[in-house]
Design a protein around this ligand. Structure first.
Ligand SMILES: NC(=O)c1ccc[n+]([C@@H]2O[C@H](COP(=O)([O-])OP(=O)(O)OC[C@H]3O[C@@H](n4cnc5c(N)ncnc54)[C@H](OP(=O)(O)O)[C@@H]3O)[C@@H](O)[C@H]2O)c1
Length: 386
Protein backbone atom coordinates (compact mmCIF):
# COMPACT_ATOMS: atom_id res chain seq x y z
CA UNK A 1 0.00 0.00 0.00
CA UNK A 2 1.40 3.40 -1.04
CA UNK A 3 0.49 6.25 1.34
CA UNK A 4 -0.17 9.48 -0.54
CA UNK A 5 -0.12 13.01 0.88
CA UNK A 6 -1.98 15.53 -1.30
CA UNK A 7 -1.08 19.20 -0.89
CA UNK A 8 -3.89 21.15 -2.57
CA UNK A 9 -6.54 18.43 -2.31
CA UNK A 10 -9.49 20.74 -3.06
CA UNK A 11 -8.03 22.05 -6.31
CA UNK A 12 -8.41 20.78 -9.85
CA UNK A 13 -5.29 18.57 -9.64
CA UNK A 14 -6.15 17.55 -6.07
CA UNK A 15 -9.62 16.37 -7.07
CA UNK A 16 -8.34 14.49 -10.10
CA UNK A 17 -5.56 12.88 -8.04
CA UNK A 18 -8.11 11.59 -5.53
CA UNK A 19 -10.25 10.32 -8.37
CA UNK A 20 -7.26 8.33 -9.68
CA UNK A 21 -6.32 7.04 -6.20
CA UNK A 22 -9.89 5.85 -5.59
CA UNK A 23 -9.62 3.56 -8.64
CA UNK A 24 -6.76 1.59 -7.05
CA UNK A 25 -7.94 0.98 -3.45
CA UNK A 26 -5.68 -2.08 -3.06
CA UNK A 27 -2.53 -0.17 -3.92
CA UNK A 28 -3.00 3.53 -3.16
CA UNK A 29 -4.31 5.26 -0.05
CA UNK A 30 -5.17 8.92 0.61
CA UNK A 31 -3.08 9.20 3.77
CA UNK A 32 -3.18 12.96 4.32
CA UNK A 33 -4.66 16.02 2.63
CA UNK A 34 -4.05 19.77 2.76
CA UNK A 35 -5.89 22.81 1.48
CA UNK A 36 -6.07 26.51 2.25
CA UNK A 37 -9.64 26.26 3.49
CA UNK A 38 -11.58 28.44 1.05
CA UNK A 39 -14.12 25.68 0.66
CA UNK A 40 -14.62 23.92 4.04
CA UNK A 41 -17.48 21.78 2.76
CA UNK A 42 -15.25 20.35 0.11
CA UNK A 43 -12.61 19.41 2.73
CA UNK A 44 -15.28 17.87 4.98
CA UNK A 45 -16.62 15.83 2.04
CA UNK A 46 -13.10 14.61 1.22
CA UNK A 47 -12.50 13.63 4.87
CA UNK A 48 -15.77 11.67 4.94
CA UNK A 49 -15.12 9.96 1.65
CA UNK A 50 -11.38 9.15 1.90
CA UNK A 51 -10.87 8.96 5.66
CA UNK A 52 -7.34 10.45 5.67
CA UNK A 53 -5.29 10.00 8.83
CA UNK A 54 -4.20 13.67 8.93
CA UNK A 55 -5.50 16.93 7.48
CA UNK A 56 -3.84 20.35 7.22
CA UNK A 57 -5.96 23.45 6.73
CA UNK A 58 -3.86 26.58 6.28
CA UNK A 59 -6.51 28.94 7.60
CA UNK A 60 -7.00 28.51 11.35
CA UNK A 61 -10.61 29.67 11.50
CA UNK A 62 -11.65 27.20 8.83
CA UNK A 63 -9.69 24.47 10.61
CA UNK A 64 -11.72 25.13 13.78
CA UNK A 65 -14.98 24.98 11.87
CA UNK A 66 -14.00 21.67 10.26
CA UNK A 67 -12.82 20.21 13.61
CA UNK A 68 -16.25 20.84 15.04
CA UNK A 69 -17.86 18.74 12.30
CA UNK A 70 -15.50 15.80 11.76
CA UNK A 71 -13.29 13.76 14.02
CA UNK A 72 -9.81 13.94 12.49
CA UNK A 73 -6.46 15.41 13.48
CA UNK A 74 -6.16 18.82 11.78
CA UNK A 75 -2.94 20.85 11.60
CA UNK A 76 -2.86 24.51 10.58
CA UNK A 77 -0.60 27.07 8.89
CA UNK A 78 2.72 26.36 7.20
CA UNK A 79 3.74 24.15 10.15
CA UNK A 80 0.73 22.00 9.41
CA UNK A 81 1.88 21.42 5.83
CA UNK A 82 5.36 20.55 7.07
CA UNK A 83 3.93 18.05 9.60
CA UNK A 84 2.04 16.27 6.83
CA UNK A 85 5.00 15.86 4.50
CA UNK A 86 7.54 14.79 7.15
CA UNK A 87 5.40 11.87 8.35
CA UNK A 88 7.48 8.69 8.06
CA UNK A 89 4.50 6.79 6.67
CA UNK A 90 4.09 9.05 3.62
CA UNK A 91 5.53 7.42 0.48
CA UNK A 92 4.68 10.08 -2.08
CA UNK A 93 3.63 13.72 -1.90
CA UNK A 94 1.47 15.22 -4.64
CA UNK A 95 2.49 18.87 -4.76
CA UNK A 96 -0.65 20.49 -6.16
CA UNK A 97 -1.00 23.75 -4.30
CA UNK A 98 -1.10 26.84 -6.47
CA UNK A 99 1.63 29.46 -6.34
CA UNK A 100 4.91 30.20 -4.59
CA UNK A 101 3.49 29.09 -1.23
CA UNK A 102 3.97 25.50 -2.44
CA UNK A 103 7.76 25.82 -2.55
CA UNK A 104 8.52 25.40 1.16
CA UNK A 105 6.54 22.18 1.77
CA UNK A 106 7.66 20.74 -1.58
CA UNK A 107 11.30 21.36 -0.77
CA UNK A 108 10.84 19.97 2.73
CA UNK A 109 9.22 16.81 1.34
CA UNK A 110 12.24 16.34 -0.94
CA UNK A 111 14.67 16.99 1.93
CA UNK A 112 12.84 14.32 3.92
CA UNK A 113 13.48 11.86 1.09
CA UNK A 114 9.92 11.66 -0.23
CA UNK A 115 9.02 11.11 -3.85
CA UNK A 116 7.16 14.14 -5.16
CA UNK A 117 4.61 14.13 -7.97
CA UNK A 118 5.04 17.74 -8.94
CA UNK A 119 2.22 19.83 -10.39
CA UNK A 120 3.01 23.10 -8.57
CA UNK A 121 5.12 24.63 -11.35
CA UNK A 122 5.65 27.91 -9.46
CA UNK A 123 7.84 26.11 -6.93
CA UNK A 124 10.17 24.88 -9.69
CA UNK A 125 10.23 28.28 -11.38
CA UNK A 126 11.23 30.04 -8.16
CA UNK A 127 13.24 27.35 -6.39
CA UNK A 128 14.65 25.53 -9.44
CA UNK A 129 18.28 25.47 -8.27
CA UNK A 130 17.23 24.16 -4.82
CA UNK A 131 14.85 21.56 -6.19
CA UNK A 132 17.36 20.31 -8.77
CA UNK A 133 19.39 18.71 -5.97
CA UNK A 134 16.59 16.17 -5.55
CA UNK A 135 15.76 15.67 -9.20
CA UNK A 136 15.77 11.85 -8.91
CA UNK A 137 12.83 12.07 -6.52
CA UNK A 138 10.64 14.24 -8.76
CA UNK A 139 8.05 12.94 -11.22
CA UNK A 140 6.50 15.79 -13.21
CA UNK A 141 2.71 16.01 -13.40
CA UNK A 142 2.37 18.94 -15.81
CA UNK A 143 1.30 17.12 -18.98
CA UNK A 144 4.04 18.68 -21.14
CA UNK A 145 6.78 17.80 -18.65
CA UNK A 146 5.40 14.33 -18.05
CA UNK A 147 5.61 13.91 -21.83
CA UNK A 148 9.25 15.08 -22.02
CA UNK A 149 10.15 12.99 -18.97
CA UNK A 150 8.84 9.90 -20.78
CA UNK A 151 10.34 10.83 -24.15
CA UNK A 152 13.89 11.35 -22.87
CA UNK A 153 14.00 8.49 -20.38
CA UNK A 154 17.17 6.47 -20.99
CA UNK A 155 18.29 8.91 -23.70
CA UNK A 156 21.54 10.87 -23.74
CA UNK A 157 20.94 14.57 -22.97
CA UNK A 158 23.75 15.48 -25.38
CA UNK A 159 21.76 13.85 -28.22
CA UNK A 160 18.89 16.29 -27.78
CA UNK A 161 18.76 19.15 -30.27
CA UNK A 162 15.56 20.76 -29.02
CA UNK A 163 12.49 20.11 -26.94
CA UNK A 164 9.20 21.63 -28.01
CA UNK A 165 6.43 22.22 -25.49
CA UNK A 166 2.95 22.63 -26.90
CA UNK A 167 0.41 25.21 -25.76
CA UNK A 168 -3.30 25.09 -26.41
CA UNK A 169 -3.07 28.87 -26.81
CA UNK A 170 -5.89 29.53 -24.37
CA UNK A 171 -8.96 31.51 -25.45
CA UNK A 172 -7.19 34.56 -26.94
CA UNK A 173 -4.16 33.49 -28.96
CA UNK A 174 -5.80 34.49 -32.24
CA UNK A 175 -6.56 38.00 -30.98
CA UNK A 176 -4.50 40.99 -32.08
CA UNK A 177 -2.78 43.05 -29.40
CA UNK A 178 -5.38 45.83 -29.66
CA UNK A 179 -8.19 43.31 -29.10
CA UNK A 180 -6.65 41.98 -25.88
CA UNK A 181 -6.95 45.19 -23.91
CA UNK A 182 -10.60 44.91 -23.06
CA UNK A 183 -11.10 41.16 -22.71
CA UNK A 184 -13.25 40.25 -19.73
CA UNK A 185 -12.43 37.97 -16.83
CA UNK A 186 -15.38 35.71 -17.78
CA UNK A 187 -13.86 35.17 -21.25
CA UNK A 188 -10.36 34.66 -19.85
CA UNK A 189 -11.71 31.91 -17.58
CA UNK A 190 -13.23 30.01 -20.53
CA UNK A 191 -10.40 27.70 -21.45
CA UNK A 192 -11.08 25.88 -24.73
CA UNK A 193 -9.55 22.54 -23.66
CA UNK A 194 -8.68 22.20 -19.97
CA UNK A 195 -10.80 22.72 -16.85
CA UNK A 196 -8.38 24.03 -14.25
CA UNK A 197 -8.05 26.40 -11.27
CA UNK A 198 -8.51 30.15 -11.88
CA UNK A 199 -4.87 31.17 -11.63
CA UNK A 200 -3.54 28.69 -14.19
CA UNK A 201 -6.52 29.43 -16.46
CA UNK A 202 -5.61 33.14 -16.54
CA UNK A 203 -1.95 32.14 -17.02
CA UNK A 204 -3.04 30.10 -20.04
CA UNK A 205 -4.84 33.11 -21.48
CA UNK A 206 -1.72 35.33 -21.14
CA UNK A 207 0.51 32.38 -22.16
CA UNK A 208 2.36 33.02 -18.90
CA UNK A 209 1.59 29.36 -18.21
CA UNK A 210 3.83 28.45 -21.15
CA UNK A 211 6.49 30.90 -19.95
CA UNK A 212 6.44 29.21 -16.52
CA UNK A 213 6.64 25.82 -18.25
CA UNK A 214 9.70 26.82 -20.29
CA UNK A 215 11.43 27.72 -17.01
CA UNK A 216 10.11 24.54 -15.37
CA UNK A 217 11.56 22.45 -18.23
CA UNK A 218 14.91 24.25 -17.93
CA UNK A 219 15.26 23.23 -14.28
CA UNK A 220 13.70 19.77 -14.52
CA UNK A 221 15.67 18.61 -17.56
CA UNK A 222 18.87 20.67 -17.22
CA UNK A 223 18.95 21.73 -20.87
CA UNK A 224 20.23 25.07 -22.22
CA UNK A 225 17.24 27.39 -22.48
CA UNK A 226 17.80 28.06 -26.17
CA UNK A 227 16.99 24.37 -26.73
CA UNK A 228 13.55 24.78 -25.15
CA UNK A 229 10.82 26.04 -27.48
CA UNK A 230 7.05 26.41 -27.30
CA UNK A 231 4.44 26.28 -30.08
CA UNK A 232 0.68 26.61 -30.17
CA UNK A 233 -1.15 23.36 -30.84
CA UNK A 234 -4.84 24.09 -30.26
CA UNK A 235 -5.98 20.45 -30.20
CA UNK A 236 -3.69 19.60 -27.23
CA UNK A 237 -3.18 16.02 -28.40
CA UNK A 238 0.57 16.30 -28.69
CA UNK A 239 1.89 17.40 -25.32
CA UNK A 240 5.58 17.80 -26.20
CA UNK A 241 8.12 16.81 -28.82
CA UNK A 242 11.81 16.00 -28.61
CA UNK A 243 14.02 16.58 -31.64
CA UNK A 244 17.28 14.64 -31.53
CA UNK A 245 20.53 15.69 -33.23
CA UNK A 246 19.98 13.19 -36.04
CA UNK A 247 16.58 14.82 -36.77
CA UNK A 248 14.53 11.96 -35.44
CA UNK A 249 11.56 13.56 -33.75
CA UNK A 250 9.62 11.88 -30.94
CA UNK A 251 6.18 13.16 -30.00
CA UNK A 252 4.04 12.28 -27.01
CA UNK A 253 0.34 11.88 -27.79
CA UNK A 254 -2.49 11.42 -25.31
CA UNK A 255 -5.95 12.80 -24.86
CA UNK A 256 -5.99 16.02 -22.85
CA UNK A 257 -6.88 14.52 -19.46
CA UNK A 258 -4.68 15.31 -16.44
CA UNK A 259 -5.54 11.97 -14.88
CA UNK A 260 -3.18 10.34 -17.42
CA UNK A 261 0.02 12.13 -16.22
CA UNK A 262 -1.23 11.87 -12.61
CA UNK A 263 -1.58 8.08 -12.93
CA UNK A 264 1.86 7.89 -14.54
CA UNK A 265 3.40 9.85 -11.63
CA UNK A 266 1.62 7.78 -8.98
CA UNK A 267 2.86 4.48 -10.38
CA UNK A 268 6.24 5.47 -11.85
CA UNK A 269 8.30 3.54 -12.94
CA UNK A 270 5.46 1.10 -13.62
CA UNK A 271 2.65 1.58 -16.09
CA UNK A 272 -0.80 0.48 -15.06
CA UNK A 273 -3.99 0.11 -17.01
CA UNK A 274 -6.41 2.94 -16.49
CA UNK A 275 -9.94 3.78 -17.52
CA UNK A 276 -9.32 7.44 -18.29
CA UNK A 277 -9.59 8.84 -21.79
CA UNK A 278 -8.71 5.65 -23.57
CA UNK A 279 -6.92 6.36 -26.83
CA UNK A 280 -8.17 4.98 -30.08
CA UNK A 281 -6.46 5.95 -33.29
CA UNK A 282 -9.89 6.56 -34.76
CA UNK A 283 -10.05 9.63 -32.51
CA UNK A 284 -7.57 11.24 -34.84
CA UNK A 285 -9.37 10.39 -38.12
CA UNK A 286 -10.42 13.61 -39.82
CA UNK A 287 -8.90 15.59 -36.98
CA UNK A 288 -6.46 18.32 -37.93
CA UNK A 289 -3.39 18.62 -35.75
CA UNK A 290 -2.33 22.23 -36.16
CA UNK A 291 0.76 24.13 -35.00
CA UNK A 292 1.31 27.88 -34.91
CA UNK A 293 4.03 30.23 -33.81
CA UNK A 294 3.23 32.07 -30.55
CA UNK A 295 2.40 35.71 -31.45
CA UNK A 296 5.07 38.06 -30.06
CA UNK A 297 2.58 40.38 -28.36
CA UNK A 298 2.12 37.63 -25.77
CA UNK A 299 5.15 39.05 -23.97
CA UNK A 300 5.25 36.30 -21.34
CA UNK A 301 7.41 34.09 -23.55
CA UNK A 302 9.97 36.90 -23.94
CA UNK A 303 9.99 37.32 -20.14
CA UNK A 304 10.76 33.60 -19.68
CA UNK A 305 13.92 33.71 -21.81
CA UNK A 306 14.96 37.02 -20.29
CA UNK A 307 14.72 35.78 -16.68
CA UNK A 308 16.50 32.55 -17.62
CA UNK A 309 19.30 34.55 -19.18
CA UNK A 310 19.58 36.72 -16.03
CA UNK A 311 19.17 33.71 -13.73
CA UNK A 312 19.33 34.02 -9.93
CA UNK A 313 16.30 35.74 -8.44
CA UNK A 314 14.76 36.94 -11.72
CA UNK A 315 12.42 33.94 -12.17
CA UNK A 316 11.17 34.68 -8.61
CA UNK A 317 10.42 38.30 -9.56
CA UNK A 318 8.59 37.24 -12.71
CA UNK A 319 6.54 34.68 -10.81
CA UNK A 320 5.64 36.92 -7.85
CA UNK A 321 4.64 39.92 -9.98
CA UNK A 322 2.56 37.63 -12.17
CA UNK A 323 0.79 36.10 -9.14
CA UNK A 324 -0.04 39.63 -7.94
CA UNK A 325 -1.17 40.81 -11.37
CA UNK A 326 -3.38 37.77 -11.97
CA UNK A 327 -4.97 38.28 -8.58
CA UNK A 328 -5.67 41.96 -9.37
CA UNK A 329 -7.17 40.98 -12.73
CA UNK A 330 -9.38 38.35 -11.08
CA UNK A 331 -10.55 41.03 -8.63
CA UNK A 332 -11.35 43.23 -11.70
CA UNK A 333 -8.88 45.87 -10.50
CA UNK A 334 -6.71 45.90 -13.62
CA UNK A 335 -7.16 45.10 -17.30
CA UNK A 336 -5.87 41.98 -19.04
CA UNK A 337 -2.82 43.53 -20.76
CA UNK A 338 -1.84 45.27 -17.52
CA UNK A 339 -0.68 41.83 -16.39
CA UNK A 340 2.17 42.03 -18.95
CA UNK A 341 2.96 45.63 -17.95
CA UNK A 342 3.12 44.88 -14.24
CA UNK A 343 5.44 41.89 -14.74
CA UNK A 344 7.71 43.82 -17.11
CA UNK A 345 7.88 46.91 -14.87
CA UNK A 346 8.58 44.86 -11.74
CA UNK A 347 11.38 42.99 -13.50
CA UNK A 348 12.88 46.28 -14.71
CA UNK A 349 12.66 47.81 -11.23
CA UNK A 350 14.86 45.27 -9.45
CA UNK A 351 18.16 46.80 -8.43
CA UNK A 352 19.19 44.32 -5.73
CA UNK A 353 21.92 41.71 -5.94
CA UNK A 354 21.50 38.67 -8.16
CA UNK A 355 22.68 35.98 -5.79
CA UNK A 356 24.67 33.04 -7.19
CA UNK A 357 23.96 30.91 -4.17
CA UNK A 358 20.21 30.93 -3.59
CA UNK A 359 18.48 29.74 -0.48
CA UNK A 360 14.86 29.76 0.69
CA UNK A 361 15.32 32.87 2.83
CA UNK A 362 16.63 34.93 -0.10
CA UNK A 363 13.83 33.68 -2.33
CA UNK A 364 11.21 34.61 0.28
CA UNK A 365 12.68 38.10 0.66
CA UNK A 366 12.77 38.71 -3.09
CA UNK A 367 9.27 37.28 -3.50
CA UNK A 368 7.97 39.74 -0.87
CA UNK A 369 9.82 42.65 -2.48
CA UNK A 370 8.37 41.77 -5.91
CA UNK A 371 4.82 41.51 -4.53
CA UNK A 372 5.03 44.91 -2.83
CA UNK A 373 6.64 46.49 -5.88
CA UNK A 374 4.07 45.05 -8.29
CA UNK A 375 1.21 46.56 -6.25
CA UNK A 376 3.02 49.92 -5.89
CA UNK A 377 3.72 50.07 -9.60
CA UNK A 378 0.12 49.26 -10.44
CA UNK A 379 -1.07 52.03 -8.11
CA UNK A 380 1.41 54.60 -9.43
CA UNK A 381 0.62 53.90 -13.07
CA UNK A 382 -3.04 54.60 -12.33
CA UNK A 383 -4.22 51.46 -14.05
CA UNK A 384 -6.52 50.56 -11.16
CA UNK A 385 -10.14 50.36 -12.19
CA UNK A 386 -12.47 52.36 -9.75
N1 LIG B 1 -5.30 22.20 -13.15
C1 LIG B 1 -4.54 21.64 -14.04
O1 LIG B 1 -5.00 20.99 -14.98
C2 LIG B 1 -3.03 21.79 -13.95
C3 LIG B 1 -2.22 21.22 -14.95
C4 LIG B 1 -0.85 21.30 -14.82
C5 LIG B 1 -0.27 21.96 -13.74
N2 LIG B 1 -1.07 22.52 -12.80
C6 LIG B 1 -0.46 23.23 -11.66
O2 LIG B 1 -0.89 22.59 -10.45
C7 LIG B 1 -1.05 23.56 -9.41
C8 LIG B 1 -2.48 23.50 -8.91
O3 LIG B 1 -3.34 23.88 -9.95
P1 LIG B 1 -4.93 23.76 -9.81
O4 LIG B 1 -5.49 24.14 -11.12
O5 LIG B 1 -5.26 22.42 -9.22
O6 LIG B 1 -5.21 24.94 -8.76
P2 LIG B 1 -6.54 25.19 -7.91
O7 LIG B 1 -7.68 24.48 -8.51
O8 LIG B 1 -6.63 26.66 -7.74
O9 LIG B 1 -6.22 24.52 -6.49
C9 LIG B 1 -5.19 25.00 -5.66
C10 LIG B 1 -5.13 24.18 -4.40
O10 LIG B 1 -4.09 24.71 -3.56
C11 LIG B 1 -4.66 24.92 -2.25
N3 LIG B 1 -3.90 25.98 -1.57
C12 LIG B 1 -3.70 27.26 -1.97
N4 LIG B 1 -2.98 27.92 -1.03
C13 LIG B 1 -2.74 27.04 -0.03
C14 LIG B 1 -2.08 27.11 1.22
N5 LIG B 1 -1.50 28.25 1.66
N6 LIG B 1 -2.04 26.00 2.00
C15 LIG B 1 -2.62 24.84 1.59
N7 LIG B 1 -3.27 24.70 0.41
C16 LIG B 1 -3.33 25.79 -0.37
C17 LIG B 1 -6.09 25.30 -2.53
O11 LIG B 1 -6.92 25.24 -1.36
P3 LIG B 1 -8.34 26.01 -1.35
O12 LIG B 1 -9.27 25.22 -2.23
O13 LIG B 1 -8.77 25.99 0.08
O14 LIG B 1 -8.08 27.39 -1.87
C18 LIG B 1 -6.43 24.23 -3.57
O15 LIG B 1 -6.64 23.01 -2.95
C19 LIG B 1 -0.67 24.91 -10.03
O16 LIG B 1 0.66 25.20 -9.77
C20 LIG B 1 -0.87 24.69 -11.53
O17 LIG B 1 -0.05 25.52 -12.31
C21 LIG B 1 -2.44 22.44 -12.88
Amino acid sequence: MKNICILGSTGSIGFQSMDVISKYPEILRVYSIAAYGRNPNSIIAQIKRYNPKYVAVFDEQTAKKISSEVNVKIFTGMDGLMKLVEDDNVDLVISAMVGFVGLKPTLYALEKGKYVALANKESVVVGGPLIQKYIDKIIPVDSEHSAIFQLIENKNKSDIKEIVITASGGPFWKKKESQLKNVRIEDALKHPVWKMGNKITIDSATLMNKALEIIEAYFLFSLPYDKIKAVIHPQSYIHSLVIFNDNNVFAHIAKPDMRIPITYALFYPHRVENQFSEFSFADLYNKRLEFYEIPSHFRSIKFAYSVLSNGGVFPTIMNASNEVAVDLFIQRKIGFTDIFNIVEDTLCCYGGPNYDDLNLEILEQVDSWARRTAVDLAKKSKIFIN
